[in-house]
Write a protein that binds this ligand. Structure first.
Ligand code: 5GP
Ligand code: 5GP
Length: 208
């Protein structure tokens, strides 16, 4: 049968703070293309349902194909680096994100549009600048979770979801920022629901 409607409700656009991925017990590996900039980087653009569940691995007939996004690769190396070990050039991470998540939003964004949309959202949001404008800097200091959410609401108009992890000393720290985006990938929206949050009321913003 022919289906035309989108089969998910919204996207989570998820960015990670590299300092918080790397200072954990598990540690990290810089990509073969070099140490990333001290900036938030893209984790993924994830189709989601309003009830919190989500589709995954929707189309085995649409494998990741780097030749379809060759013009985006240089920007993906800087804005969507892989920090997992062993070091890689990013292709494995991007393949995982496309096949697990991107194949579930193909009714809205094709292979090239999916990656281009994520890159555009990162530039539009400019979260590090937004936080710095409110005096929140990656200086190893502790900031209230409330102040971080308020700064992002002030700078973007929308309240983020914040995910924390812990460093080797078990300090709660800013790990990932979730923003919600409409199903076409064009506009920020108020989040229908937020990811579960394991943050303390005061969290570290480590350097990178
Ligand atoms: P974790 O268990 O580390 O939070 O998440 C593992 C993976 O599950 C993520 O990389 C992502 O692929 C997926 N995931 C976790 N939470 C969500 C969610 O709320 N929505 C979607 N779409 N995927 C999620
Ligand atoms: P998810 O399934 O949560 O969307 O993506 C997480 C998967 O991507 C894991 O298999 C993880 O090992 C891999 N991965 C590769 N590089 C990175 C990275 O820089 N950050 C995160 N969070 N996962 C990465």
């Amino acid at each position: 049968s022919i289906s035309t409607g989108q089969d998910f409700d919204f996207f989570y656009f998820v960015q990670q703070w590299p300092g918080s991925y790397c200072d954990t017990k598990q540690s990290c590996c810089y990509p073969t293309t070099g140490k990333p900039e001290a900036d938030f980087s893209i984790h993924g653009l994830w189709p989601n349902y309003n009830d919190g569940s989500y589709p995954s691995n929707c189309d085995p007939d649409s494998p990741f194909d780097s030749s379809k996004i060759s013009n985006l690769i240089p920007k993906m190396q800087s804005d969507w680096p892989t920090l997992a070990c062993p070091s890689g050039d990013g292709l494995k991470f991007w393949k995982h994100e496309w096949e697990k998540h991107g194949t579930c939003s193909e009714s809205e964004l094709d292979h090239h549009a999916y990656f281009e949309t994520a890159l555009k959202l990162k530039d539009q949001l400019n979260l590090l600048q937004v936080l710095k404008s409110s005096g929140i800097e990656p200086d190893g200091g502790f900031y209230s979770l409330k102040s971080i959410k308020a700064a992002i609401k002030e700078g973007t108009g929308y309240t983020p979801g914040i995910e924390c992890n812990v460093d080797e000393s078990r300090n709660s720290q800013l790990y990932q920022i979730y923003m919600c985006v409409d199903s076409s990938g064009t506009s920020l929206i108020n989040c229908p629901l937020f990811p579960r949050n394991r943050c303390s009321s005061q969290i570290e913003f480590p350097s990178f």
